[in-house]
Every structure is written in structure tokens, then in C-alpha cells.
Design a protein around this ligand. Structure first.
Ligand SMILES: [Zn+2]
Length: 385
């Protein structure tokens, strides 16, 4: 009896380990996606739910997660998370083109398409490096492995054809503009990135033909365009387009590098500033601009000075005078002239000192926008177009 008992426990333990191995790596929750800088979005979730309305296998879907990667890619993992990169969304023009990409991925999910996993170790290693580089060092462990597996798996050509056809049916039923599918395909086929959404898919001409045929079939049965409304507690979304003019002096290259750095930091700075300020708006990202109010912030360099500090022989000071002009969607403007400077010792190069001051410059710009936003435009929640 005791022996039978022991045998039972041994078998149970082996079974438990086997289950643990089979189910590893654990599936990330929304919170875990967010810890990598990924986020969910009300519009993407709404589009996906509309596309899936009334579909028998809709319960397989969890949510859409936007990954902060420059590479253009989208994929759905077996647990129902639809992952899409900012890089892909930025390349698309508006809601209906986004709907096509989401519909294509959701089609794979609800049709239960089996995937082939990439097993070439060299290619897997390259994908892992790309993902790490894109997401920064914050991504570690099993989460990254899930992501790499998702990216490194592909569907057969036949499944891709099916997903394109099915995408058009889902779009027609939800009332999205069917002609957006062909536009999105053509736009994305220019994409040459290593992890490109397009790379694993059949050739462009073939996909366009499939889509055109499906559009002819579904056009007459299409629902009226949907209206997607942001959640009522959501502050109005404003996309602040930062335009930094070039500098004509000898230092134009370094100014350009500085400007690019400032662009990188600007959205985070704006997000931070709106949290502290009294200006009730949500800073939209570039890919969200199609649904946002658009303001322009123009920065023009007026003078550039690099000189030794009179009191401290080893120290230098960089100072730029710039003009800032904030223009809202009704062409109302606020402007100011700003001096910005940084001092550094001879142990540091001017280039590195200037570039490392970019986050501070971005924060100043963000503060300016938030301080003046009430003067520019009295904000009201507006229904999206
Ligand atoms: Zn596909």
C-alpha cells in the first residue's frame, strides 16, 4: 500500500513538472506588458471588438498591446494577445488601415491557424537581438522569450491568403472602409525591416489580388461606418508636432543630432508635464495623430555660442538662443525666446555634453506647452472624426 502511495506521488510529481514545462513560459498579463513599456489603447481595443462582434470564436481574443518598437510588425499569439508595434502603426494612415492589419491578425486567431515555429538558431538569435535593442534593456526573461517566439513563428502561404480574405469579411461586417486594405498593403510593402510584418507574407501582387476579389464580394454587404468614441473619462487627445528648424552655422550637424535627441525625449517629457500641470489633455503619440487635435511647436535656433567660463579655466559653456512658437488647431499662437545653456569641464567633449542636455531641453519645451495651453485653446472634449 505504502509503495503504491509512493509511486502515485512520484507519478503525480512528474506529471506536475511536465505540465509546468509544457505551459512555460507563463503568459504575460497586461501589467507585465506594461512593465516593458507596452500599452493598451482604447481605439485599438474598440476596433478589435467591433471586428469580432458576433464571431463564434471571439472569446479567444484578450486585447491589443502596442509595443514600443520601431520595426513594423504585428502578430497574434496563441493566448489571444494581438501585439502590434508603434513602428507599424506609424506607417499606416488612419483608422481603417489599422483595422485591416488588426483584422488580418484576428483572422489567424479565430480560424485557429496553426503556426510553424522558426527553428534556425542563427535567425532566432538575430530576432532576439533586434527585440532587445528595440525595447531596451528593460526586457528580460520569459517575457522576451514569448515575444521572440511570437515573432519567429509564421503561417503558411495558404493561411496568409485565408487571413487576408477573412480580414475583408470582418471589416465589411464592422463597416470599415474596405479600400483601406489595398492602401495598407501597398504602404507596408515598402517596408524592408528585418522583422517586417510583410516579410513572412506572400508577395504583394498576390495579396492585392486576393484583397480586391474579397472587396468585390463584400462591398455590397458592408455595414455603415462605425463610430468609435473615447471613454468619457479620457482627457482630449492632443498631438504636439515638434518641429525643430535646422541651424545654418558650422555646427549644423551637432544641432541636428541634438534635435533628434530632443524628439526622442519629447513625448515622455510632455506626459510628465501634463501629469503635474493644470492642463487637461492627453499627449497623443505620433501614431494616434489621426484622431487627435494637432498643435505645432516650432523651435528655431537664433544663436550658438561655445565659450570658456571666465572664472573657471577648465570649464566651458554652451549656450543657444531659440525661438519657440506654439500654434494650435485654430491658428492661435504663443511665442517666446529662450536661452538654454549647459556647462561642462574639459574631461567631457562638447558633443557629449550638448547631447546629454537634450532631455532637459525637452522638459523645458513640455513645460512651455503645458503652461500656455489654456491661452492657446480652451480645451473641450471633442468627438473624434
Ligand atoms: Zn498573417
Amino acid at each position: 500500500m505504502r509503495r503504491a502511495c509512493r509511486l502515485f506521488f512520484a507519478l503525480a510529481t512528474i506529471a506536475a513538472i511536465a505540465v509546468a514545462i509544457w505551459s512555460a513560459p507563463p503568459e504575460p498579463s497586461v501589467a507585465e506588458w506594461q512593465s516593458w513599456g507596452a500599452e493598451t489603447d482604447w481605439e485599438l481595443s474598440a476596433i478589435a471588438h467591433l471586428l469580432l462582434q458576433g464571431e463564434p470564436r471571439a472569446q479567444l481574443f484578450r486585447d491589443v498591446v502596442v509595443l514600443p518598437l520601431r520595426e513594423a510588425n504585428a502578430f497574434v499569439n496563441p493566448d489571444g494577445w494581438l501585439l502590434v508595434t508603434e513602428g507599424l502603426l506609424e506607417r499606416l494612415d488612419g483608422r481603417d488601415e489599422i483595422a485591416f492589419v488588426l483584422a488580418h491578425e484576428l483572422a489567424h486567431l479565430i480560424k485557429g491557424h496553426p503556426r510553424n515555429l522558426e527553428t534556425n538558431p542563427t535567425r532566432l538569435e538575430r530576432i532576439r537581438t533586434e527585440v532587445e535593442r528595440g525595447l531596451g534593456t528593460s526586457v528580460v526573461g520569459t517575457g522576451l522569450q514569448v515575444l521572440v517566439n511570437a515573432i519567429a513563428s509564421y503561417y503558411s502561404r495558404e493561411r496568409e491568403r485565408e487571413a487576408d480574405e477573412e480580414a475583408i469579411r470582418l471589416m465589411a461586417k464592422a463597416g470599415f472602409d474596405l479600400t483601406a486594405a489595398e492602401r495598407a498593403l501597398k504602404r507596408l510593402s515598402d517596408e524592408r525591416g528585418f522583422l517586417s510584418w510583410f516579410r513572412s507574407h506572400p508577395f504583394l501582387a498576390e495579396r492585392v489580388e486576393i484583397v480586391q476579389r474579397a472587396v468585390r464580394e463584400w462591398r455590397s454587404k458592408a455595414a455603415p461606418p462605425p463610430s468609435l468614441v473615447p471613454p468619457s473619462e479620457r482627457a482630449p487627445e492632443v498631438f504636439v508636432e515638434l518641429q525643430i528648424a535646422s541651424w545654418r552655422g558650422a555646427e549644423r550637424g551637432l544641432w541636428q543630432e541634438f534635435a533628434n535627441e530632443v524628439q526622442q525625449w519629447f513625448w515622455d517629457a510632455l506626459m510628465e508635464a501634463t501629469k503635474q500641470g493644470t492642463c487637461p489633455f492627453y499627449p497623443a503619440k505620433r501614431w494616434q495623430r489621426h484622431r487627435a487635435v494637432i498643435w505645432r511647436l516650432q523651435v528655431t535656433p537664433l544663436s550658438w555660442q561655445l565659450s570658456p567660463l571666465p572664472t573657471l579655466a577648465e570649464w566651458q559653456r554652451w549656450e543657444v538662443r531659440t525661438q519657440w512658437l506654439l500654434v494650435d488647431d485654430r491658428e492661435r499662437r504663443v511665442s517666446t525666446e529662450e536661452r538654454f545653456s549647459t556647462t561642462f569641464s574639459s574631461t567631457e567633449t562638447a558633443r557629449s555634453a550638448i547631447l546629454s542636455s537634450a532631455p532637459l531641453f525637452a522638459r523645458r519645451l513640455a513645460k512651455f506647452v503645458v503652461q500656455h495651453c489654456q491661452e492657446v485653446t480652451p480645451l473641450q472634449a471633442e468627438a473624434p472624426k
